[in-house]
Every structure is written in structure tokens, then in C-alpha cells.
Design a binder for this molecule. Structure first.
Ligand code: AHG
Length: 338
């Protein structure tokens, strides 16, 4: 008989046991809640127009992005899954202006969760990769309800981080600070099964991902690095580079975990004061933890992303340079020389 394989829930229980945690089961329960949200989203994303979930709404999020129908549905599914079971004390979502505390009467848990419920949502209507990104932090023990300041913890304080990629197959990729593991959703039994144990990013690469249409706005070191990449074998980097752009960070980071590469969303002239395009709490920190745990590097160009001290604004942005370690270091040498 074909074996079932290791399910995500049994993997988490086993990992907690090995860590010798006197686990109350809350962390396992919390990851289970997140998994349920992701499975529900995967189901709708898979059905696409058949489920009536394509298209835009008339609303905008805190960053001024027009919200897609599926942005709001995915956001509600995360909230639904997290607010009822007593594992979570508060949430911050890319789709909500303010942090969310639990309604009166709901049991409070030990954890805070930040999430981008549908990363890359402009891909939704064209049937391309989208994903969810999440990060788990500890909630303050001495408060009934957390405040925005409680979410202002540097990425080094994350207890877990992960993403769910809704691509040709749906995959959950997770770290609890002990390496990175990938699980593929088996639609016939509705479980994520361990298919990619101990994911590791190759240290060297000749593949980069950046939105080149912004080139004239990039900071000088990134302009110079990409210019050198594009000179190929004749240039100072001495090799031919390839370029990819999925337009969903989940897709880019997943490719990098599978075969190496670097992903850049740098400071540009239009967003110099706010620090970049991507959000520190929903995108930068969780992806930085995953990338570092898989042996890669994640930097702003001026320091480790996970060491950025959040300013208390849950929608704070951060410049991002992450992926294969040696290539990130090469990019940082352009910043050092600038
Ligand atoms: P969103 O979550 O609002 O859909 O943003 C997607 C992010 C990120 O995932 C992706 O890498 C980047 O924005 C794409 O940016 P461009 O619009 O420059 O392609």
C-alpha cells in the first residue's frame, strides 16, 4: 500500500516534540489555523472565475493599492481561521489599515500573526502565481489586547514564518527557526504532505529578478550591478545572467529556494523616504527568515532585513535584496563601494 507521507500537522507536532518544548499545543494549533486559511484560499484560487473571485473592488488598502476581490476574501479567511481558537492575540494584515484585536469574548492566545493574505494579487486575473505570506511573533503576556507597538519587533524575534504558493500545485513552505521545509497540497485528501525537506538555496547563481521598468529610479549601486550583469561574459562579473519576474514575491522566493537566484526590490527615487515598496512585517521579515534559514542572505543594501527596528507603523516598507548568499554579498559590495 502506498504510504500517506508526513503531513504538515504531524511534522509540526514532531518538530515541537524534538525541541523539547513543554508545548501547550498553542503553536501547533496556530499553524493549523493558518493552514486551514491557506487551504480555503487555495480552493478558491484554483476555481478562479468559476468561484466568481476574479476582478477588482472599489476599495484601496492602507498603501493605496486597489484591492482585488480575492484580496478581501483571503483576508477574511485568515481572520476567520485565527480569531476563534485561542491561539492568537492579534493580527496585522496588509489589507487592513490598523492592527486587529480579537472581538470581546473570544479567547486570547500567546501569538501575534502578520500576513499578506494574497501576495501578487495582480496575477489573480491572469491565472498566474499568487501566494500568502505570514509571520508569527510572541504577544505581550501582560495585556488583554496588543497595540501596534507590540508588532514592532525586529525580524530576529519571529517564532515562525512561511508562505503558501498557489501555483500549478499549492505549496506551504515553513520555518520555525530550524531549517525550511516544503509541503505540497494533496487535493484528494486535503492535506499538505512533506515533499521538499531541508530546502537549501544554492550559494551561487547567475539569475536575478527585478522590475527593470523602474531602472531609472533605482539607487546607484543597484543600477551598476544590473548594468554589469547585463554585460554577460564580457563584463566585470564574467558570466551570462538570466532574468525572471513573476510579479509575486512568493513566486520569486520559491524559485530561489528551488534553484537559487537573487530578488531585488530596492530603494528608488520615488520611495526613498518610505524605504522601498515591500512591507517589512508582511513581506520583508518573513521572507528574510525563510531565506536565511535556507542558507541564503536577506539585506536592505545597508544591513540585515531582520535587524531593521520597526517604527511602529504596521505598513512600514523596506528595500529588499535577498537570495543566494554569494550573489547578495556581491551586490552589497556595490553598496560598500558607492
Ligand atoms: P501585492 O501584494 O500588492 O500584490 O504586491 C506584490 C508585490 C510583490 O509580491 C511583488 O514582487 C511586487 O509587488 C511586484 O511589483 P511590480 O508591481 O513592480 O511588478
Amino acid at each position: 500500500m502506498k504510504k500517506l507521507g508526513i503531513t504538515l500537522s504531524s511534522f509540526i507536532i514532531d518538530e515541537q516534540r524534538k525541541l523539547g518544548n513543554k508545548a501547550s499545543g498553542q503553536f501547533t494549533g496556530l499553524l493549523n489555523d493558518i493552514t486551514i486559511a491557506c487551504k480555503s484560499i487555495a480552493n478558491l484560487v484554483n476555481q478562479g472565475d468559476l468561484a466568481g473571485v476574479l476582478g477588482a473592488t472599489k476599495s484601496e488598502n492602507a498603501m493605496g493599492d486597489v484591492q482585488k476581490k480575492m484580496d478581501l476574501i483571503a483576508n477574511d479567511l485568515f481572520i476567520d481561521a485565527l480569531e476563534n481558537n485561542g491561539h492568537c492575540a492579534g493580527m496585522a494584515s496588509e489589507e487592513l489599515d490598523e492592527i486587529l484585536t480579537l472581538p470581546e469574548g473570544k479567547p486570547r492566545g500567546k501569538y501575534l500573526v502578520t500576513f499578506d493574505p494574497l501576495d501578487g494579487s495582480s496575477n489573480m486575473d491572469i491565472n498566474m502565481d499568487v501566494g500568502a505570506i505570514f509571520s508569527v511573533l510572541r504577544a505581550p503576556a501582560d495585556k488583554e489586547n496588543p497595540t501596534a507597538e507590540d508588532f514592532a519587533q525586529p525580524g530576529t524575534e519571529q517564532v515562525a514564518a512561511g508562505y503558501c504558493l498557489y501555483g500549478p500545485s499549492s505549496m506551504m513552505v515553513l520555518t520555525t527557526g530550524n531549517g525550511v521545509n516544503g509541503f505540497t497540497l494533496c487535493s484528494s485528501i486535503g492535506e499538505f504532505i512533506l515533499t521538499h525537506p531541508h530546502m537549501e538555496i544554492p550559494s551561487d547563481t547567475s539569475e536575478y529578478a527585478i522590475n527593470s521598468s523602474n531602472q531609472r529610479f533605482w539607487e546607484a549601486p543597484v543600477q551598476k550591478y544590473i548594468e554589469d550583469c547585463n554585460q554577460g561574459e564580457e563584463g566585470p562579473l564574467g558570466k551570462r545572467y538570466n532574468m525572471r519576474w513573476v510579479a509575486a514575491m512568493v513566486g520569486e522566493i520559491h524559485r530561489i529556494l528551488c534553484r537559487g537566484g537573487v530578488f531585488l526590490y530596492p530603494i528608488d527615487e520615488r520611495n526613498r523616504e518610505v524605504g522601498g515598496k515591500l512591507r517589512l512585517l508582511y513581506e520583508g521579515n518573513p521572507m528574510a527568515m525563510i531565506v536565511e534559514q535556507a542558507g541564503g542572505a536577506a539585506n536592505t543594501g545597508y544591513g540585515r532585513i531582520m535587524e531593521v527596528q520597526p517604527n511602529g507603523d504596521p505598513h512600514q516598507r523596506v528595500p529588499v535584496i535577498m537570495g543566494s548568499k554569494n550573489e547578495v554579498e556581491k551586490i552589497l559590495s556595490y553598496h560598500a563601494a558607492d
